[in-house]
Design a binder for this molecule. Structure first.
Ligand code: SAM
Length: 311
């Protein structure tokens, strides 16, 4: 809250030097128990009767220090618009705003969360817009200004579908610079998996072809309210300006789908549907026809997609 170049105001009409301001912020946090002067999330949930709904994947993060930490994992937000899917009662939203996001667009399907989110919008004037709608349907681009980062504790039921959409736009580079997303641990492991591992498959290929994905945080079930049955992890995906190896996205998608639909079969049989002499095609590219999909790296899959496209 800058004020004509002098020391920042505290929000209570006091003007303090930076050191005293730090002490003041710590005391304020202790009194209110929060990072931003708004009520603690348990109180917000109680006040608005936000009983978690399983069908909406509602497992809330109530520790504001943790949500601020997740926001920091995404990098400097001060010059960015942030798209958040599924803000719920607003724990991560508050973390993003407290960490200085220029503007947050939050898309939430559950109308019960709107009053809680409106309270946050009032506390951060002009920096939070909320849309009550389904993230699979809302045209978010109309409300965002680049550079854009996507940061979310995704609902488990639509998380993978949203990720695949964000990784498969009609043209590359996409509208976002980075994705910082909470998934169940098993999905996070599928995104960063290397060839030969049990988790390796289409999701790893798609993600690693066009971005640099890393697991940046692990969370136990107790970090959420209510606690889910599974562990979770935050994955940070930094987009690449150009895909790692050239390939037609549609052909790569088709060939990886075929190969991994029967992941334990040898490629010479799982890829039979391509027609023609599959063994000769594979051998010509230096890929053993007896290899299985899980043994084949991204570069070889892209070479295969190019060879199929040029047949
Ligand atoms: N961000 C909050 C947090 O970290 O505490 C809530 C995360 S909770 C895992 C997922 C949120 O996504 C819920 O608030 C749920 O209502 C919302 N949601 C579920 N499906 C959605 C959809 N299709 N579009 C937008 N929001 C959705």
């Amino acid at each position: 809250m800058a004020d004509g170049g002098g020391a920042p105001l505290t929000g209570y009409g006091l003007r303090l030097c930076p050191r005293r301001r730090d002490i003041f912020e710590q005391m304020k946090g202790k009194v209110l128990g929060t990072i931003d002067g708004l009520p603690p999330l348990r109180e917000v949930i109680r006040a608005h009767d936000l009983v978690a709904r399983k069908q909406l994947g509602q497992n809330f993060l109530l520790d504001l220090n943790l949500t601020a930490k997740i926001a920091r994992m995404a990098g400097d937000l001060s010059a960015c618009d942030v798209l958040e899917v599924g803000p719920g009662p607003g724990g991560l939203t508050r973390g993003l705003l407290a960490e200085g996001a220029r503007h947050v667009l939050a898309v939430e399907k559950d109308p019960r969360c709107m009053p809680a989110l409106e309270e946050i919008a009032r506390a951060f004037p002009g920096r939070l817009s909320v849309i009550n709608g389904d993230a699979l349907e809302v045209d978010v681009l109309a409300h965002l200004t680049p550079p854009i980062r996507i940061i979310a504790n995704l609902p488990y039921n639509v998380g993978t579908e949203l990720l695949i959409r964000w990784l498969s736009p009609p043209t590359w580079p996409p509208f976002w610079e980075s994705l910082t997303l909470m998934f169940q641990k098993e999905v996070a492991e599928r995104i960063v998996a290397r060839p030969g591992s049990d988790h390796y498959g289409r999701l790893a290929l798609l993600a690693q072809w066009r971005s640099e994905p890393k697991i940046v945080m692990h969370l136990p079930p107790e970090a959420f309210t209510p606690a889910p049955k599974v562990h979770s992890a935050v994955v940070h995906l930094k987009r690449l300006e150009t895909p790692r190896f050239p390939a037609d996205p549609a052909v790569l998608s088709r060939v990886t789908a075929m190969a991994f639909n029967q992941r334990r079969k040898m490629l010479r049989s799982s890829l039979k549907g391509l027609g023609g002499d599959v063994e000769a095609l594979l051998t010509g590219l230096g890929i053993a026809p007896t290899a299985r999909a899980e043994e084949i790296g991204l570069e070889a899959f892209c070479a295969l997609a190019r060879a199929i496209a040029s047949r």
